[in-house]
Design a protein around this ligand. Structure first.
Ligand code: ADP
Ligand code: MG
Length: 702
């Protein structure tokens, strides 16, 4: 494990130990002692002989040996020189608890840079500064000032907020939740979230990686690592705060629709990270991943001593898209033999209000053996005769004996079930305070199993004309032009296999009519100006023109009205275009996130895109499955499939369009944002048409 020296040090020096209770330098030392750490502990403080029975040295060098781990708790201005001492001595793992760095502004940021430089020079790994420390229950090491040492367990936790870790420790200790490691990463001057996640991945004790993050540093590397790790270890994260990127100065639809959170949503979806909305939800999931076997399918059986909660659970199963298990004939026969006549033998299996622990035990044991059941939710309401504690014991016994399927407990109540809940927790039985949460967790586990078993990603490559695109983009960059005009944007699209409508530019009304005659009616007229991005906003689009007279009138009207509306626009003429009939309008787009790269967008197209906001995002490059999934993630998809007897459109053709676009933006990092709106799609076999497109380019995007 790469951060081994932090988690399994043979000796620890606390630099800045203090005699004064309540001071961080005192609390950390005390936590290390109270946690039962078995290695050597050295205090360092020139003014003190001893703290809490631990000898204090005047300086690091005076110790006479090299501590594996140093914890620095002295004022910020002394941290740099002390780190240098660590370097000279040979200590390779240092936690800097001290605050007063990047978080306080420019001077602090300078200090932090210096700190990182020294760490690199001496090959020291530094956690922090401005952090709460680390906790490794396996080594009984509590090098933090967060709280008491928690139990050992399968959850590895990483937090960008130190204070939050203190809350988590408190909650975990009250609820007997076990951890493999907890790391407060603070300002991430050296060790960042990726280092910790990778080290938790290598750690056999860690069954699930959980964390709270506000920012993610190296986008590309993060996505790649997470995708690799989630293949064998689940990651459940809370991500707070949006990216700074997003809607700023966006000229495309995609740019304005990609909010701060969109990139993270896409990153999580792509890398299989499970996103949690609250600490409570995170621990609901993490507990299950850490303690329970994985389900082999989505068929859930419910065992209950009351009708109401059984129905609530059945509702939840339906709502969350899981399957209500159908117990086999043998199971039903076996249950019938021993359960009272009034019991309901079918799912939800109602063993009645007078059920004692033995009846629960029999029912759980029997249902667990059924091949038609993938998971069990055990409900209990504390009625007059209910033996909640004994029922918990029975459940634990079975779970230990047959550890093959998830058994989730949902004991509903407070005082009357509290002892039972505690027993379940101590024995690592996932338990939930509502059927909804139990079922939600099963859903998440199921999705994870599917994610693990997904086929390998294969990105299809289309035969394209890269050369042509290169020439157009280079010309723009050379001339310092950011926006690629509609005509050239379409040339680029054609080079990547898109079909665009026929048409030419007219500068007089007669010329417009002539072009229309050649194209055939009806036609569309569009204002042609590099200064007008959204043409219909200024009355610059006229569709369905059926004769030369209509074309001429429309031409004259546009040329009269638009210069009045926007006097500064440089109008080059009017585009006369063939009219595409009978198709549905969708939008395909891309916005390049500065951290995570190209974010593809699909959605309902036309002029109402920003109003309806029915769009979905995913990171390029796209596989066929991912492109299809993007379609399915919108409401528009239902419409595209065909509603009320109406024939659907060619879904595969849209997915292919998305993949071609994804190839284009992957091969040309200079394209900053772009969209095709509308992309007019018709029935199967009819080639979709890129009716309108816009694109902006930039040197050296990611
Ligand atoms: P803009 O987005 O700049 O306003 P568009 O070229 O996208 O201009 O045109 C606006 C709308 O007009 C489109 O969303 C579409 O509904 C319709 N439209 C434009 N051109 C055509 C065409 N060639 N065939 C059919 N409909 C068109
Ligand atoms: Mg448009």
């Amino acid at each position: 494990m790469s951060l081994e020296k932090f988690f399994e040090p043979k000796s620890v020096a606390i630099i800045g130990t203090s005699r004064q209770p309540g001071k961080v330098g005192h609390e950390i030392l005390k936590n290390i002692i109270d946690g039962g750490y078995k290695g050597k502990i050295f205090g360092v403080n020139p003014k003190t002989e001893e703290v809490e029975g631990i000898k204090c040295y005047k300086s690091l060098t005076e110790i006479g040996e090299v501590p594996d781990l140093a914890v620095i708790v002295i004022p910020a201005k002394f941290v740099i020189s002390t780190l240098e001492e660590c370097g000279k001595l040979g200590t390779k793992a240092v936690i800097v608890i001290t605050a007063g760095f990047k978080e306080i502004g420019k001077a602090g940021a300078e200090l932090e840079k210096e700190l990182a430089k020294i760490a690199r020079r001496y090959g020291i790994r530094v956690i922090g500064p401005n952090c709460l420390g680390i906790v490794a229950p396996g080594s009984k090491l509590n090098a933090s000032f967060g709280g008491d040492l928690p139990d050992s367990g399968g959850i590895g936790y990483i937090s960008q907020s130190g204070a939050l870790l203190a809350s988590i420790l408190d909650m975990a200790n009250t609820n007997h939740i076990g951890f493999s490691k907890l790391v407060s990463i603070g300002n991430k001057a050296d060790v960042d979230e990726l280092d910790v996640i990778e080290s938790l991945d290598e750690d056999p004790e860690t069954k699930v990686i959980a964390g709270y993050l506000e920012s993610i540093g190296n986008g590309d590397a993060f996505v790649r690592a997470a995708e690799r790790i989630t293949h064998h270890k689940p990651i459940v994260l809370i991500k707070a705060g949006g990216t700074a990127a997003g809607a700023k100065a966006a000229s495309s639809h995609t740019g304005s629709l990609a909010g701060g959170e969109t990139a993270y949503e896409a990153v999580f979806a792509r890398s299989g990270i499970i996103r949690c909305n609250s600490i409570k939800q995170q621990f609901d999931y993490a507990q299950a991943f850490a303690c329970s076997p994985m389900p082999n399918g989505a068929r859930v059986a419910v065992i209950t001593n009351a009708g109401g909660p059984g129905i609530m659970t059945a509702d939840a199963i339906e709502r969350q898209g899981l399957t209500f298990a159908k117990p086999s004939k043998e199971t039903i026969a076996k249950l019938a033999e021993q359960l009272p006549a009034a019991a309901n033998l079918y799912n939800p299996i109602d063993i009645l209000g007078d059920a004692l622990a033995d009846r629960y035990e029999f029912a759980i044991d029997t249902v667990l053996d059924d091949e038609n059941v993938d998971a069990i939710v055990v409900l209990l309401t504390p009625q007059a005769m209910t033996q909640s504690l004994e029922t918990a014991e029975a459940l634990i016994k079975i779970a230990k004996k047959k550890n093959s399927k998830p058994i989730f407990a949902c004991f509903l109540g407070a005082a009357k079930v509290s002892d039972a809940l505690k027993l379940l927790r101590v024995n690592n039985i996932p338990q939930y305070d509502s059927p909804e949460n139990a079922v939600d967790t099963l859903r998440v586990m199921n999705n994870y199993v599917r994610w693990k078993n997904r086929p390998k990603r294969v990105v299809k490559l289309f035969g394209v004309n890269r050369r042509k695109v290169e020439t157009i983009i280079e010309k723009h960059l050379r001339q310092g032009i950011r926006e690629v005009g509609e005509m050239e944007a379409k040339e680029i699209l054609e080079a990547y296999g898109f079909k665009t409508p026929k048409g030419s530019i007219a500068t007089t009304a007669d010329q417009a009519a002539n072009i229309a005659e050649t194209l055939g009616y009806p036609v569309v007229l569009k204002i042609w100006s590099p200064d007008i991005i959204h043409k219909s906003d200024v009355g610059g689009v006229k569709v369905g023109l059926k004769s030369a007279a209509e074309v001429k009138d429309a031409f004259d009207l546009m040329m009269y009205r638009i210069p009045k509306k926007i006097p500064n626009a440089h109008i080059l003429g009017v585009l006369v275009q063939e009219m595409c009939k009978g198709g549905k309008e969708v939008i395909l787009g891309m916005n390049r996130d500065p951290q995570f790269g190209p974010l593809m967008m699909f959605g309902m197209g036309g002029t109402m895109v920003e109003v309806l906001k029915d769009v979905s995002f995913y990171l390029a490059p796209l596989t066929t499955d991912e492109a299809r999934q993007m379609l399915k993630n919108t409401r528009t998809y239902r419409m595209l499939e065909g509603v009320r007897g109406e024939e659907g459109v060619d879904i595969d053709a849209i997915a292919e369009g998305l993949q071609r676009l994804s190839q284009l933006v992957t091969e040309f990092p200079q394209i900053k944002e772009m969209d095709i709106n509308p992309y007019v799609v018709g029935r199967a076999g009819i080639t979709p048409i890129a009716v309108d497109a816009r694109m902006s380019v930039e040197e050296g995007s990611k």
